[in-house]
Design a protein around this ligand. Structure first.
Ligand code: M6R
Length: 588
């Protein structure tokens, strides 16, 4: 979940490291640090908080040295303190390490190192790596071999970057179950957890595989595979559009990304028809079919399942990725697992897919980040094409997932006629016009402790998505559920003025849902209707445009995303960087 970037160059690296650090800050943002080697001396600066708020960060840009590394942290082991921020230097400050992941066996390793005389300065699992590398470097006198030997002792997940005080010409790295990417520039070479970290300098990338160890100089990359042999891999070119990660005129990335949706849903629909057909064929032939994902992507998976069973009469089990390993009885040769993920790096999703493959299943994925672990480890991948999503809350990736999932289900159904995406795009633009109304709602309900989101049938996952968005951005307790469940418990919590967002488009469930809305209103709830048809039961009504039933979740998601965003701003939270969260959840 942490952001890492390292660089060896022919020019000073501090400014470009700082720039890269801000770009990967969405991965974790409770503390940050940087290390460079200058005049044969390792220098480290770190601090607690967002990069923009860290006093030491101002000094970071002035650090000299043509080799350096930087890190933004999402704490796992050890509190959010200066001492626990990365980089971590070894006892003699000869080696410095940054790390993303969790070292599961760090306690026995730490005990053994202490017994050998090593002194620890932090409570982190990471620090053991710098001490082990220090020992191995003393023994091998070779940075690459020392790194190879060190990672053999680690259990868990890691992407690490290592610097050696007496070798300012090289930097090493290694990965297992956490991303590490080489950026091949002119006169500068990068190691980073994300292409975004260095995309301003080069679009040539090499994605490292699990158990590979790498050494970079300013001109060369050397990769060693798990069998100890050198691996030759040419750089791939990634899209320069990735470099467009500015907020433009928007106050926050989240708001920008919400407003991009009239375009991103069109981009998502541009898919290779052969790949879509292959995806659909696999679903139709599957002996057992699982859909797996986490968080918002899980909600998109629920929508996909609904259409598969209702329209295509294909049974699919939707399982939260972190739980799939508990449901392997029906996974085997001939099974298909469909994984949805914005980042393609979510640890739970990766574990689920690997587990399914181990049982003989084929993996089909819907992913935003090309080149991500999920994209590379899947048998077939459809990309969301919605551009980088920086805000921690998934917004445009959700609607893009619905578009791509719909394309796949349409192909399963043998539907030939393409959808009129321009109309849907206009409808999304129309839905965005509710922002003013949403702000009024926020003024009225900003001090309420609880919110409920309800819907029926196909719209139920949208209710769950509305609740998730509000929780993560505004820190207000929220629950999303099928309207039918209200009377089985939740009605007891409804009091005078409790806000209940009711998602109720016209269609087969409309009348039944209105009865539920009446029941809520009779118990004092303020029902906020989101629908294409007004009703007197709604105390507040947000009109959404009428679109095809399968695309209705896309237009319904817009007011829910805006509600969460505006509530966050009203409560003076940072919507782009909600507390305790990170964009890419690469730990289990
Ligand atoms: O990158 P992924 O789609 O795999 O991420 C899954 C969840 O972590 C993610 O959707 C999370 O729930 C979002 N912050 C929700 O807005």
């Amino acid at each position: 979940m942490c952001g890492i970037i390292g660089c060896v160059a022919e020019e000073p690296v501090a400014a470009l490291l700082l720039d890269g650090l801000v770009r990967v800050e969405y991965r974790g943002y409770d503390s940050a640090g940087m290390a460079t080697i200058s005049r044969g001396k390792l220098g480290v600066k770190k601090g607690v908080g967002r990069v923009k708020d860290i006093e030491e960060a101002r000094k970071m840009s002035a650090m000299s040295g043509t080799v350096g590394m930087a890190h933004t942290r999402w704490a796992t082991h050890g509190g959010v303190t200066n001492a626990n921020a990365h980089p971590h230097a070894s006892c003699k400050e000869q080696v410095a390490v940054i790390h993303n992941g969790i070292i599961e066996n760090y306690i026995p390793l730490k005990k053994a190192l202490i017994a050998k005389g090593h002194r620890f300065k932090s409570e982190t699992d990471t620090e053991v790596i710098s001490h082990i590398v220090e020992d191995e470097y003393k023994r091998t006198k070779n940075p690459l071999r020392a790194t190879q030997a060190a990672v053999k002792k680690l259990k868990g997940q890691y992407a690490i970057v290592v610097m050696f005080q007496d070798r300012p010409d090289v930097m090493t790295g290694a990965r297992k179950d956490a991303p590490l990417i080489v950026g091949v520039g002119k006169g500068k070479m990068f190691l980073a957890s994300d292409v975004l970290a260095f995309i301003g300098h080069t679009d040539r990338t090499i994605f490292l595989d699990n158990y590979e160890v790498v050494q970079i100089t300013k001109e060369e990359v050397k990769i060693i595979g798990p069998d100890g042999r050198e691996v030759r891999r040419d750089p791939n070119q990634v899209a320069w559009e990735l470099s467009d990660v500015t907020k433009s005129d928007y106050a926050h990335y989240t708001l920008k990304e919400i407003n991009e949706q009239p375009k991103t849903i069109v981009a998502a629909s541009v898919q290779d028809p052969y790949k879509v057909a292959e995806f659909a064929r696999a679903i139709k032939r599957a002996k057992s079919l699982f859909i797996t994902a986490s968080g918002t992507s899980y909600h998109a998976g629920l929508l996909m399942k609904f259409r598969l069973s209702k329209e295509a009469r294909i049974r699919a089990d939707v399982v939260v990725a972190g739980e799939l390993k508990e449901h392997t009885e029906f996974l085997g040769k001939g099974s298909v697992v469909v994984a949805l993920s914005q980042s393609g790096e979510t640890a739970d999703v990766m574990e689920a897919v690997r587990e399914a493959k181990k049982h003989g299943a084929k993996a089909y994925s819907i992913v935003n980040a090309a080149g991500s672990s999920l994209a590379r480890e899947s048998d077939v991948t459809l990309l969301l094409n919605c551009g980088p999503e920086v805000g921690v809350a998934a917004t445009k990736s959700f609607t893009a997932q619905v578009v791509v999932a719909n394309l796949v289900v349409d192909a399963v159904l043998g539907k030939k006629k393409p959808d009129r995406l321009e109309e849907l795009s206009e409808a999304v633009a129309d839905a965005l016009k509710c922002d003013g109304q949403v702000q009024e709602l926020v003024r009225e309900y900003r001090d309420r402790p609880d919110f409920y989101f309800v819907a029926r049938g196909y719209e139920s996952p949208v209710a769950m998505e509305g609740a998730l968005k509000l929780k993560e951005l505004s820190y207000i307790h929220a629950e999303g559920m099928p309207a039918s469940e209200l009377k089985h418990g939740t009605l007891a919590l409804i009091e005078k003025g409790t806000p209940v967002v009711f998602i109720n488009p016209s269609g087969p469930n409309h009348a039944e849902s209105l009865s539920n809305a009446e029941e809520l209103s009779a118990r004092g709830a303020d029902v906020i209707g989101i629908s294409d048809v007004r009703d007197q039961v709604y105390k507040h009504y947000i009109q959404i445009p009428k679109v095809s039933p399968k695309s209705t979740p896309i237009v319904e998601a817009i007011p829910l995303q805006l509600l969460a965003y505006r509530m966050s701003v009203a409560k003076r939270n940072d919507p782009d960087y909600p507390r305790n969260l990170a964009k890419s959840v690469t730990v289990k």
